[in-house]
Design a protein around this ligand. Structure first.
Ligand SMILES: Nc1ncnc2c1ncn2[C@@H]1O[C@H](COP(=O)(O)OP(=O)(O)OP(=O)(O)O)[C@@H](O)[C@H]1O
Length: 299
């Protein structure tokens, strides 16, 4: 398990992180989302150990991250650090050797990952001559080549075409299934919602919401949509614990205060007329994200 525990970081007067805390378990895919400048890259750099925290700790399997543990992380940096003039397979093999692999194992791993990531035809090309999307595939291969125990990926999906997104998703799912914790940042919330077991939403250097997508969608006041009795939602206006928040012809959107029994609402609706639809309204991750990042900051 990778644990980021109460990590804080300032750059001069800028508070980049303030008590950032979360953990990623073996075999779990964790999506790390937030607005530009929220602190995601800073967190990833600290998790990898390329940047020192002012306070707090990063632990791998319960122990503070040391040099040895860092070598077992596969990292895809936001600034994409490849050697532009080196050829794809030679570069990957070289990176594998830097991580302590024998020359033969590193060459095999380079062969394997270029194949898995659809780069077989590009093995002997210079990285700088590849399209940006293909350079990104090489960058992921570089994170994977030494068979890391943890994957930390900064924006692995940005700029990829739909086929490349599928290839990359498949590889990450596969690593997760092999027990590797995977954490990645992304602004593509639909993708995060589809892929991740858990999601953390960061705002102004703090984790403001964290959980499974289902947990996050179920948090907050319950909302119901009822398509039924006529009359602009009049049937619901006097129900205890119920607020009418929207009316669209016979379709009424209700917000329930905590503890209000939705079945009592259903009975009231049926008593007032025929009910054609009665369902819980759950926000998408995009709506949740929007709510979280536009909320007034807590003083
Ligand atoms: N080297 C630096 N020197 C000064 N300030 C920095 C430095 N790196 C980051 N910051 C500041 O720290 C804050 C967090 O930045 P960070 O890059 O971690 O955000 P992010 O969530 O990764 O953003 P994005 O989605 O735009 O990549 C921002 O206010 C940023 O301006």
């Amino acid at each position: 398990m990778l644990e980021v525990d109460n990590v804080s970081k300032r750059y001069g007067d800028v508070v980049a992180l303030e008590g950032m805390t979360f953990s990623v378990h073996a075999g779990e895919m964790f999506g790390f989302v937030g607005s530009n400048g929220a602190g995601k890259t800073t967190t990833m750099r600290i998790a990898l150990g390329v940047l020192a925290a002012d306070a707090g700790e990063v632990r791998w399997n319960g122990a503070p991250l040391d040099l040895d543990a860092r070598r077992r992380i596969g990292y895809m940096p936001e600034e994409r650090g490849l050697y532009p003039k080196m050829r794809v397979a030679a570069q990957l093999a070289y990176l594998g050797e830097l991580h302590g692999m024998s020359r033969a194992r590193a060459a095999d791993a380079a062969e394997l990952w270029t194949g898995r990531l659809g780069l077989s035809e590009r093995r002997d090309e210079e990285v700088q001559k590849l399209s940006l999307g293909n350079q990104q595939r090489v960058q992921l291969a570089a994170a994977l080549v030494h068979d890391p125990e943890v994957l930390v990926l900064d924006e692995p999906f940005s700029g990829l075409d739909p086929v490349a997104v599928e290839v990359m998703s498949e590889v990450l799912r596969d690593r997760c299934a092999a027990g590797v914790p995977v954490v990645f940042t992304s602004h593509q919330l639909d993708l995060v919602e589809r892929l991740c077991d858990r999601v953390g939403i960061v705002r102004d250097g703090r984790m403001v919401a964290c959980g499974t997508v289902a947990e996050l969608r179920d948090a907050g006041p319950a909302r119901l949509v009822v398509d039924g009795p006529d009359g602009g939602g009049a049937w619901a206006r006097d129900l205890p614990g119920v607020r009418v928040v929207g009316v669209d012809r016979d379709r009424t959107t209700l917000e329930l205060t905590d503890g209000t029994d939705d079945q009592a609402v259903l009975r009231a609706a049926v008593a007032a007329g025929p009910v054609r639809e009665f369902r819980r309204l759950r926000p998408t991750l995009t709506e949740l994200f929007h709510n979280v990042v536009t909320e007034e900051p807590v003083a």
